[in-house]
Design a protein around this ligand. Sequence first.
Ligand SMILES: [Zn+2]
Ligand SMILES: [Zn+2]
Ligand SMILES: [Zn+2]
Length: 119
Amino acid sequence: MQSQIVCHRCRRVLAYPSGAPSVCCAMCRAITAVPPPAPAVEMAQLICGGCRTLLMYTRNADTVRCSCCSTVNLVRPVNNIAHVNCGRCRTTLMYPHGAPSVKCAICDYITNITNTGVS
Ligand SMILES: [Zn+2]
Ligand SMILES: [Zn+2]
Ligand SMILES: [Zn+2]
């Protein structure tokens, strides 16, 4: 499959095989870097650092602005996601290990993380 990109120097439209990391222009020899392909949009979850609301965001976002308190949260890979059931509505909530509490996105109840069972 072929893709197209515009040479950053001479503005010529270049065809290149899909998946190539860069394209060398046949006219001016400039190397144009190919932007990484946009991954399929995946949703991820993040706990707001300001109000602890569970926020949804697209995985390729760098920051997430909280709709409740307007805190801008930096997105960083969270490897240790734990689950807890909301103390009021029993919705399964996700939170990063070590968080003292999780605020439910559904009912706003704040569930304290007490017995994680992790030694
Ligand atoms: Zn060129
Ligand atoms: Zn917030
Ligand atoms: Zn709840």
